[in-house]
Write a protein that binds this ligand. Structure first.
Ligand SMILES: [Zn+2]
Length: 382
C-alpha cells in the first residue's frame, strides 16, 4: 500500500504540520487533547470518523498504574511506548562510567544532586504539555536499577492526569544488583511475576542487552519470556543500538513469547554491522514490532537518517509493525529545559515524516493503533 502522496508538502510550518496531525488523530491542537488524556481513565468517546481500525480480544486491557483501561477508551491521541519519567543521577553516573564522556554529550556530568525527573512539579508540567501536544498515554521504561520510583510515577499520573503504563524488570548487566548473578532462572521468573502484580506493571521493559550479551542477560531474557507467558504482559527490549536484535528474537521465540506483544527497541540509532533494512524487515516478518524509539531529538540532523529508515520500513509494507517513541531522558529535552518535551516524537519527528508525504491514516496507525495493539493484553493469573 502506498503511504506517500506524490510531491511533498515541504514549506509547511511546524504548527501547520502539527495541526494537521492532531486533526488526523481526532482532536484539536489544544484543550481538547488535554481532555482526551485526562478523561481517559473514564470512558471517552472515540473521535467521530476516527474509530479505531483495531479489534481487541475480549477482556483485553491496557494496564496503567492507576487502572486497567479498555483500549478503545484510552483517549484518542498518540501512545508513546518507550519514554522515561523517573530517574536518579546514580544511574547516569553508572552510564557515564561506561565510556569516556565527550564534551557537550548529554552524558557529560556532573551526576550529583537531584535529577530533574525527581521533581514532581517539573514532571507534572512536562506531562500536561505532552497532553496538549496530542499524547494520550506514556509508557515508562525504567526500573529500580535505573533509579525509577514507582510511587513517584503513581503521584505523577494522579497529578498530571496522564495515564502512565509502568514497564518493569531489569535494564542490563551494568545495573543488575549482584544478587541477579546468584538467582536461578526460575527464582527470577517468580520475582518478576510477583513484582508485576504488586506494582501494577503494564509491560516488561526496557529489557536490555549489552554490546556483547552476557550470560546473566541471556538468563534475564529467558526469565522475562517465561514471565510473559505466565502473565500475558507485553515486552519491549533495549538493544545496544540494533546489536543482537535477531538474537533477542531467538531467545524470546524459544520461550514461546507472542511476537504480537513484543517490540525490539532502539532500532533507529543503528550501529549493528548487519544492514538495517534487512534486520528491520526480518523482525517485522517474524511478527514483532520494530521500535524507532529514539526519534525527535534536539538535533534535526540526527533524525534525518531515522526518517529514511522509517520510510524504507513503510515502503516495505510494514506499517502495522512500526512504533515511534523518543526515549525521553535528558533535561535539555524537557520543555522547561528548552527542548521538545515528552511528546517530541509527535511534535518534532512526525512533521518530518509528513513533509516526506506520509499520509494521515498511516500516521494514525503508527501513533494510535499500533501501540494500543502492542499494549492491550488479556491478563492471566500468573
Ligand atoms: Zn534503552
Amino acid at each position: 500500500m502506498l503511504h506517500r502522496r506524490d510531491g511533498s508538502s515541504s514549506g509547511w510550518t511546524r504548527r501547520d504540520a502539527l495541526s494537521a496531525l492532531t486533526a488526523s488523530l481526532g482532536f484539536g491542537l489544544a484543550g481538547d487533547a488535554l481532555g482526551a488524556a485526562g478523561g481517559s481513565q473514564a470512558a471517552a468517546p472515540v473521535a467521530e470518523g476516527r474509530r479505531p481500525s483495531v479489534a481487541f480480544p475480549k477482556g483485553a486491557v491496557i494496564r496503567s498504574l492507576l487502572a486497567d483501561l479498555v483500549p478503545g477508551t484510552l483517549g484518542r491521541g498518540a501512545v508513546l511506548f518507550h519514554e522515561h519519567l523517573s530517574y536518579n543521577n546514580d544511574f547516569f553516573a553508572r552510564l557515564g562510567s561506561e565510556a569516556p564522556q565527550r564534551l557537550g554529550s548529554p552524558l557529560a556530568g556532573p551526576f550529583t544532586g537531584r535529577h530533574f525527573m525527581e521533581d514532581l512539579d517539573w514532571m507534572t508540567e512536562e506531562l500536561q504539555a505532552a497532553a496538549k501536544d496530542g499524547v494520550s498515554a506514556v509508557v515508562d521504561g525504567g526500573h529500580a536499577d535505573m533509579g525509577t520510583d514507582v510511587e513517584f510515577l503513581r503521584l505523577l499520573s494522579n497529578r498530571s492526569g496522564m495515564p502512565i503504563v509502568k514497564g518493569g524488570g531489569y535494564y542490563r548487566q551494568l545495573t543488575y544488583p549482584p544478587r541477579i548473578a546468584r538467582m536461578s532462572e526460575s527464582e527470577l521468573v517468580e520475582e518478576l511475576v510477583r513484582h508485576a502484580r504488586d506494582q501494577r506493571w503494564g509491560a516488561f521493559g526496557e529489557i536490555g542487552t549489552s554490546d556483547d550479551i552476557t550470560p546473566d542477560e541471556r538468563k534475564m531474557l529467558r526469565a522475562v519470556g517465561k514471565a510473559h507467558v505466565r502473565t500475558g504482559l507485553p515486552i519491549f527490549s533495549h538493544t545496544a543500538n540494533g546489536k543482537a536484535a535477531m538474537h533477542q528474537l531467538d531467545i524470546f521465540e524459544a520461550e514461546g513469547v507472542d511476537f504480537s506483544h513484543l517490540v525490539i527497541g532502539h532500532m533507529c540509532c543503528y550501529f549493528d554491522p548487519n544492514p538495517w533494512r534487512e534486520v528491520h524487515a526480518a523482525i517485522a516478518k517474524r511478527g514483532a514490532y520494530v521500535g524507532f524509539d529514539r526519534v525527535g531529538g534536539e538535533q534535526a540532523a540526527a533524525d534525518r537518517p531515522r526518517v529514511e529508515m522509517v520510510l524504507a520500513f513503510l515502503d516495505g509494507g510494514h506499517e502495522r509493525r512500526a512504533l515511534l517513541s523518543s526515549d525521553f531522558s535528558f533535561q535539555a529535552s524537557s520543555k522547561r529545559g528548552g527542548g521538545g518535551g515528552v511528546a517530541r516524537a509527535v511534535t518534532k519527528f512526525v512533521p518530518m515524516l509528513r513533509e516526506r508525504g506520509v499520509q494521515d491514516d498511516v500516521l494514525h496507525r503508527i501513533l494510535v493503533d499500533n501501540p494500543r495493539r502492542f499494549l492491550a493484553f488479556v491478563p492471566r493469573r500468573g
